[in-house]
Ligand binder design. Structure first.
Ligand SMILES: [Zn+2]
Length: 434
């Protein structure tokens, strides 16, 4: 019985396994050059192990070579989401819900979320926080070891937050304390900020996520209100820099944004009340804006349907329009924009829905695609590793039907995925144009 199951498993996996570690060719109709915002017809891409080996005219593919036929499709670099929360359940009606799941369950749910994200064409994520510290580190490491299927992850370890601030589990009775592993990033003064940053990095964090203002989804906090002063934010940036890491700041309110940018954070997340001074500062400092401009529509629809708390729905309504207006101004002013969705508030795998919102609010499709590929890689400090289709870079490739520059919603239906040279989603037979 056991042998039979094993044989069947090998049989089912063989089309995928055959590509691992070997050289093979991908032959699409066209390749999207994300830097120039143009399609290049008639090219083929050779994948050597985890990397792109060569890009040549399709006529130059040697006879007898192993070829993945992506006829009828455009090949482009794997997508990057700079703001996900893969660990644990998606947002529900109760802010205290994280207390109902164990760390082990959070990790296993995270594995399913990671797979859904990868299969939607996102081959890299910057995962910006988990309530239970370091579950994200374990998930990242399991993906890197090929024990779990998922995108390349950069992780925060936990949230650096003030007591009862936007990164805490709230909504509990006043005499109930969350467990210690949910408070590993709580810090209320400069010395504690420095200590927490060191602990998070020692625990395996790739960067630090600081909650600089209140949050829409954290009961009892005010998105417009700053929660850290500038000295505390600067301490986080300095301490992270000692370890060669950067800080990204959750910041809705204008004052919190100004403080975080002046303190030297690498990106502003959300940016709901971004004003002219914030835009000026971000341009001056080269700070990235990662604004989840789809999310507000999802929360308004599902939150009302499912009876989320009135306080959260009100805060969402207050921030959605201002965020989109600020995003438009930032794009116009030339602020650096990276694609980040807050997936985890909405189901993982729907990340690409945000492209149409970015285009509706001031970007061209080419700009929105750059924000999720070459520019996102830059925001991660990983340009030259992935984010474009170029010889020597990671073989992160996806197939879409038709031209995403003409209709960016093509990205909501990714038809095939290759991540670090491994075929995660093969092109289905019915997709091949004849
Ligand atoms: Zn978030």
């Amino acid at each position: 019985m056991r042998c039979y199951a094993l044989a069947l498993g090998v049989l089912l996996l063989s089309p995928v396994a055959a590509a691992d570690g070997d050289s093979y060719w991908v032959k699409p109709d066209a390749v999207l050059d994300v830097e120039r915002g143009a399609l290049r017809d008639g090219l083929a891409i050779r994948v050597d192990g985890e990397r792109i080996g060569e890009i040549v005219p399709a006529s130059a593919i040697p006879d007898g070579a192993s070829v993945l036929d992506w006829s009828g499709h455009v090949a482009m670099p794997g997508l990057i989401d700079l703001h996900t929360h893969l660990v644990g359940d998606i947002q529900g009606a109760s802010p205290a819900a994280p207390l109902l799941s164990s760390a082990a369950r959070d990790a296993l749910v995270g594995a399913a979320n990671a797979r859904a994200t990868l299969h939607a064409g996102f081959t890299t994520v910057r995962d910006v926080g988990t309530y239970r510290a370091f579950v994200d580190v374990a998930l990242r490491d399991a993906i890197n070891a090929a024990q779990v299927e998922g995108p390349r992850m950069y992780v925060a370890g936990a949230y650096l937050t003030v007591s009862k601030g936007g990164g805490e589990v709230t909504g509990l009775a006043p005499d109930v304390e969350p467990p210690a592993e949910m408070r590993r990033g709580v810090a209320d003064d400069v010395a504690m900020v420095r200590r927490r940053v060191r602990e998070l990095i020692n625990g395996g964090a790739d960067f630090v996520k600081v909650i600089a203002t209140g949050a829409v989804l954290t009961a009892g906090t005010t998105p417009g209100a700053p929660e850290y002063d500038e000295a505390e934010l600067r301490a986080a940036v300095d301490e992270a820099a000692n370890a060669g890491r950067f800080v990204v700041a959750h910041a809705h309110g204008a004052e919190g944004i100004h403080r975080a940018v002046r303190a030297g954070v690498r990106s502003i997340e959300h940016g709901s009340y971004l004003d002219a001074e914030g835009i000026r500062l971000m341009r001056e400092h080269g700070t990235w804006l990662v604004a989840d401009v789809y999310n507000g529509t999802y929360i308004a629809q599902v939150g009302r349907r499912d009876g989320w708390p009135a306080e959260i729905l009100r805060k969402n309504d207050e921030t959605t329009g201002t965020q989109r207006a600020g995003f438009r101004e930032a794009v116009k002013a030339g602020v650096r924009v990276g694609f980040g969705t807050d997936a985890g508030v909405f189901p993982h795998g729907l990340n690409a829905r945000q492209f149409a919102f970015m285009v509706e609010h001031g970007m061209t499709p080419a700009q929105a695609i750059r924000a999720a590929t070459v520019d996102a890689a830059r925001a991660l400090g990983r340009e030259g590793e992935f984010g474009v289709i170029r010889e020597g870079l990671a073989a992160d490739l996806i197939a879409v039907r038709g031209d995403p520059l003409a209709d960016v919603r093509r990205l909501e239906d990714v038809r095939a995925v290759i991540a670090r040279g491994r075929v995660a989603v093969p092109l289905r037979h019915g997709d091949v144009a004849r």
